[in-house]
Design a protein around this ligand. Structure first.
Ligand code: IPM
Ligand code: MG
Length: 357
């Protein structure tokens, strides 16, 4: 049966890297592996420029009607002075909220070929395979009250609120535990339970929920220590589960262990298994339009899409193997370049993955 996907390329390098990922999807369609109907829509700054809204209703409706959404990236300096409600990031956050994409899976896997590209010593990172499960529709990103008010004194006061309900914590913990059951069965829940009541509750709910998973070894870590441990001894982790903002920060940190944030895909899933797939890096306005961005995170996001939303795990493995083969061939975009390798641009990298498929 044909599946529907919505492609929202967004801003900055978004269109360049999505174009490479589409080459991969095109191959899988033309060789009969997949039957897809593909629609394109605007999001972020591009949507604001065209329609005055970073998440036009049309885009939202199309996303809701899709089996999966493939997103490039949003944001750029030209939109930074807009009010928060009109900024490109609002488009992305709106899609996450409206589709109920509460579970964000951010794997950090080190390809052995890239051990030299990491800023950490190869022995610290070689064999690294971590999964960060980030709560994506709650916490301080969405909590009320929020905003900036002017006090009678004329001074301004800014507020954001960290909020979680027990059910929100429980469902993200279950996602982490279910996935961990298919991996190393170890989950580290990251909180700040020594200071923040909300995350003290998070910890209690995690402990209560793991009772249904007798095989899971659950540990807890404060977020400051977790950041330190990620760069000290990252291989101690299997699955990490954490709040929206802690997950945002720790996943950038984990990304760098793998050599480049340009390598890491992500999946954001809702309770119905519908998903949005995007590289975890941003729109990289500094290199946009130059054809040098690394498309591999987006191509690997397509693999996650095949696995989690399109029920095509074998095709997902084919893509991942193709990426590995291209790295074996010594092809590198600038972000993962090292001595003796051959530097290529975005489209040459995309073509190489297609050839390796
Ligand atoms: C991410 C990004 C987003 C976030 C931004 C672009 C809103 O940093 O996906 O990690 O903070 O969630
Ligand atoms: Mg981030």
């Amino acid at each position: 049966m044909s599946k529907k996907i919505l492609v929202v390329a967004g801003d900055g390098i978004g269109p360049e890297i999505v174009a490479e990922a589409m080459k991969v999807l095109d191959v899988l369609q033309s060789d009969g592996t997949l039957e897809l109907s593909v629609e394109n829509a605007l999001i972020g700054g591009a949507a604001y420029d065209a329609a005055g809204d970073p998440l036009p209703q049309q885009t939202l409706d199309a996303a809701k009607a899709s089996d999966a959404v493939l997103l490039g990236a949003v944001g750029g300096p030209q939109w930074e002075s807009l009010p928060i409600a009109k900024r490109p990031e609002k488009g992305l956050l709106g899609l996450r909220a409206e589709l109920g994409l509460f579970a964000n899976l951010r794997p950090a896997i080190l390809y052995p070929q890239l051990a030299d590209a990491s800023t950490l010593k190869p022995e610290i990172v070689s064999g690294l395979d971590i999964l960060i499960v980030r709560e994506l529709t709650g916490g301080i990103y969405f909590g009320q009250p929020r905003g900036v008010e002017t006090l009678p004194s004329g001074e301004r006061r800014g507020v954001n609120t960290l909020v979680y309900t027990e059910s929100e914590v429980e469902r993200i913990c279950r996602v982490a535990f279910d996935i961990a059951m298919k991996r190393g069965k170890r989950v580290c829940s990251v909180d700040k339970a020594n200071v923040l009541e909300c995350t003290e509750m998070w910890r209690e709910v995690a402990i209560r929920t793991v009772a249904d998973y007798p095989e899971i070894e659950l540990t807890h870590m404060y977020v400051d220590n977790a950041a330190m441990q990620l760069v000290r001894a990252p291989k101690q982790f299997d699955v990490m589960v954490t709040t929206n903002m802690f997950g945002d920060i720790l996943s950038d940190c984990a990304a760098m262990l793998t050599g480049s944030i340009g390598m890491l895909p992500s999946a954001s899933l809702n309770a119905a298994g519908q998903g949005m797939y995007e590289p975890i890096h941003g729109s990289a306005p500094d290199i946009a339009g130059r054809g040098v961005a690394n498309p591999l995170a987006t191509i690997l996001s397509v693999a996650m899409m095949l696995r989690y939303s399109l029920d095509a795990p074998a095709a997902a493995e084919r893509i991942e193997a193709a990426v590995s083969r291209v790295l074996d061939q010594g092809l590198r975009t600038a972000d993962i370049m090292s001595a003796g390798m051959r530097q290529v641009g975005s489209s040459e990298m995309g073509d190489a993955v297609v050839a390796a498929l």
